[in-house]
Structure formats: C-alpha cells, structure tokens
Design a binder for this molecule. Sequence first.
Ligand SMILES: *[C@@H]1O[C@H](CO)[C@@H](O)[C@H](O)[C@H]1NC(C)=O
Length: 267
Amino acid sequence: MKLSALAAGLAAVASSLVSAAPTSNQQCATTINNQILSYMTDGSKSLYDLSCYGANSYGYWAGIARFGTSEGDMLQVINKYKAGGSGRTEFDKYLPTLQKYAKSKSLSGKGLDGLCVAWVRAGANNRAAFRAAQDEVAQALYFGPASDMAKKLGLRFDISKTILQDGAIHNGRGVVKVSLADIVKATSAKFTKNTSGKSGSTLNINGRKVDEIEWIKKFLSVKDSMTKGSCPGCLYSYRDIISRGRYNYNEPIKFKLIGGITVTASC
Ligand SMILES: *[C@@H]1O[C@H](CO)[C@@H](O)[C@H](O)[C@H]1NC(C)=O
C-alpha cells in the first residue's frame, strides 16, 4: 500500500517533469524562432515593439509579423491591444487615418507622423499586452496558416517551420504578390524523382521521397527567384544556418547576417 502510493507519487512527479519540460523547451524554441524572424526582417533581435518603419510614400510597418498600415493587419493589432486594455491607447489619434488607409489599402503615410514613437511607447508601457495582441494577429494571419502547411508537408525541423513562417510574413503581401502557397507548390513541383539527403527526415512529395533539408533548400531558391530576390539577406542567413547543420532549437542558433557579422538567437 505504502509502496504503491510512493510509486504513484513518483509516477506523478515523473509525469509532471515530462510534461513540464516540453513546455519550457517549446517556449525557448518559440523565442529563438521569433528572434530569427526578427533578424531576417531588420537585422535586430526584437521586432515586437522596437521595430517600426514608415514614410509618406509607402505607409508604415512594424512588429513581429511586419504588420502594415496599408494591409490592415496593424490596425487589427492596435484594435486588439485597445480592446484588451483600459480603452485609451497610444494610438488613439491615429485610428481614423489607420482605418481609412486599411480600407483603401493605401500606401500613404500622411497623417501618421509619430506612429512609430507610439508603437515603441506601447511596447514600453504595456509590453505583455502589446506583444500578446501582436502574437494573436500573427498567429491568425500568418503563423497558423504556415504551421498548417508545414504539417501537411510533414516538416519536422524547427528551421523548416521558421522558413515557412518567414514566407508567410513576407510574401503575398504588399508589393510581393506571390504567396507562400504559390512558393510551396512550385517547390514541390521541382521534385520529379526521389531525392535523398543527410537530414534523417524524409517527406512524401507527390509520391516521391524527398529529404526535408533538400526540400527546404529548394524552397529558398524557388522563393528567391519567384520574388525576384526580394530578400537577399534572408536567403544568405537561412543558407548559413542550414549549412551549420543545426535544424532544431534545443540550443542557441548562431548564424551570419549578410553584412558579415555573426549573431546568436537564444533564449
Ligand atoms: C522512390 O521511392 C518510392 C517510395 O519509397 C519507391 O516506391 C520508388 O521505387 C522510388 N523510385 C525510384 C526511382 O527509386
């Protein structure tokens, strides 16, 4: 009786350890994932509240998924942030203009002077809520669909999932008309025979056996050519990460930016 109670207690401890570990690993992997995405977008580590760009001629974009004023997703983030708080936000005076530009898909930045100051301030004033709003919109519009696609393809490596998320953030939006789905389809069409590799993960692509990393490398070059070299820095850095053979985020990920400096994504 006593022993079995002890055994049950130990089993409970063991199972709580088992279930606790993946959560923190998962959080760590998500942090590394987001840092890599951030580096690819503007060469810095944290895009949530620090990164914001704008001009009168091409609108503004900011945040973890490069939310834009002309695309309406920045407005979604701000609305969510506002709804989750006490009502007043750093963005209130911009709302009519943001609504107008989102509706007309306008690339104008007129009337939005100071928007980036407000963006950074929101991150400083209410970091958790502001990031949560960004995460929610990013998940619904970009990361969720990219994860579904990764699942459908059978991708197992963290780096593969990041590369698809990156494709969802940067493609099929604004001036880049080609979508993630277009690029995935064109990539898979390139594999007309079984293609082996060293990654240890094999995908089934239209009935062919294709090594996951061979597929991802092809995806990067297909993306580059379909988007007419829209992000040479991403191409360079993703290839660098892959060449180092670290495909999962259970350790810090070191890589080079196109300018030559080496950075590390870690949690
Ligand atoms: C490719 O892989 C499939 C599935 O394992 C196999 O049935 C087929 O014979 C292979 N084709 C070639 C050309 O090796």
